[in-house]
Design a protein around this ligand. Structure first.
Ligand SMILES: Cc1ncc(COP(=O)(O)O)c(C=O)c1O
Length: 386
């Protein structure tokens, strides 16, 4: 039977993610559109984004935080291209985005001393093999497999290398052990439900030291440059962005940061995301036709849990047919207007991915899940009839 209860907000995309509850374009009415980001008032807004982010994420006072171009990808790329090459590097990957950074370093930077520690979708590489006296590149949460690192215990406190952490689907939903992280990147479009195209980067004092003592042998476009004449460009970390930001997006970022503060800051955001994951986990237990892609419960993502379909008739299908079937099933939710963008990433095993970050209400996750059972029953009936 078709459920009667519908999610108030049917947006479950893993990026751009659901706006905060109650958001409407009216939230942007005070945006400084048409004003220079370098005017006193414009610059103050950029600084406010930086300082509210620092406070919410509990970033240590001696870390530099800046707004950078090209979303999280821009922030990661500027870190890789500015910092790597000074020592050997361990590259970790267990899903699409980690693999993207591996590809960058292996095929484009072509560093002489690299180790790749990889794992298939659903698992983590053996973190005990990581040598943090080398540089390390990894994602905190693998958005396309729903597998996160459980903690930073595998990172040595007295390491010699830099840890470069893509935390875009973790920040504002998971706790990050800042002393273990030298470069952390994220974008507003994920757990804050902000807008895309702007990234943020946080640098530890050791990362700054590397930037000021090491010059990579390759050219760097202006858009990636964090130093000038061997010195950190301090202005970037005082709100003076490398190029022009959208003042509409800045206003939206401030709106989302204020909202995050209003629900209890980081603790409140983490609790909201974990409650959403718990709702999904309870459903997986009772549904009987899905299981988490993440094999170890300690690694299950509280923002992008991914589920595979275990029904024998489905697993017996050829890979293409599994993709087509799962997407057809999810299209039923789209058509009903009760759940959008729930397919796993194109690089992942076919299945379901529900964005469960802090901007998603647990009541909406709970309202969605019976619709998944309904869509699956419809799809199974259609398959049997065919
Ligand atoms: C782990 C991870 N890294 C990088 C990206 C790319 O982010 P953006 O499109 O904001 O650059 C994503 C987007 O989903 C992601 O999940």
């Amino acid at each position: 039977m078709k459920p009667t209860r519908r999610p108030v907000n049917p947006c479950f995309s893993s990026g751009p993610c659901a706006k905060r509850p109650g958001w409407s374009p009216a939230a942007l009415s005070a945006a400084l559109v048409g004003r220079s980001h370098r005017s006193a008032i414009g610059l103050a807004q950029c600084v406010e984004v930086i300082e509210r982010s620092r406070a919410l994420l509990r970033i240590p006072a001696d870390y530099k935080v800046g707004i950078v171009p090209a979303s999280d990808t821009g922030a990661v790329e500027m870190a890789l291209w500015s910092l790597l090459g000074a020592r050997g590097v361990d590259l970790l990957s267990w899903e699409n985005f980690g693999e993207t950074w591996v590809d960058d370093v292996v095929n484009h930077l072509k560093l002489p001393d690299m180790r790749h520690l990889g794992a298939p979708y659903g698992r983590l590489p053996d973190l005990s093999q990581v040598d943090t006296d080398r540089d390390v590149v990894f994602v905190w949460n693998g958005t396309t497999s729903g597998v996160r690192v459980p903690n930073g215990d595998w990172i040595a406190a007295d390491r010699k290398g830099l840890t470069i952490c893509d935390a875009t689907s973790a920040a504002f939903a998971m706790r990050l052990p800042w002393p273990k992280l030298d470069v952390v990147t994220w974008s507003w479009q994920k757990a804050l439900g902000g807008e895309a195209a702007h990234g943020m980067i946080a640098l530890s004092p050791r990362a700054v030291e590397r930037l000021e003592s090491y010059t990579p042998p390759w050219p760097l476009p202006k858009i990636f440059r964090l130093t000038a004449k061997g010195k950190l460009i301090e202005g970037i970390f005082r709100g003076e962005t490398i190029n022009t930001p959208s003042m509409l997006c800045i206003e939206d970022a401030l709106d989302s940061l204020r909202w995050a503060e209003s629900v209890g800051g980081l603790d409140g955001c983490v609790a909201r995301a974990e409650a959403n994951l718990a709702a999904v986990a309870a459903w997986v237990e009772r549904a009987g036709w899905v299981e988490f892609l993440a094999e170890d419960p300690a690694t299950r993502s509280c923002t992008s849990p991914c589920m595979t379909i275990t029904a024998p008739w489905f697993t017996a299908l050829a890979p293409d047919a599994r993709f087509a079937t799962s997407r057809r099933m999810l299209a039923r939710l789209d058509k009903e207007g009760v759940g959008y963008d729930l397919a796993t990433h194109r690089a992942s095993p076919p299945g379901i991915r529900v964005w469960t970050g802090a901007t998603v209400e647990t009541s909406d996750v709970e309202a969605l899940l019976p619709w998944l059972d309904w869509a699956w029953a419809e799809e199974s009936d259609a398959a049997k009839a065919a």
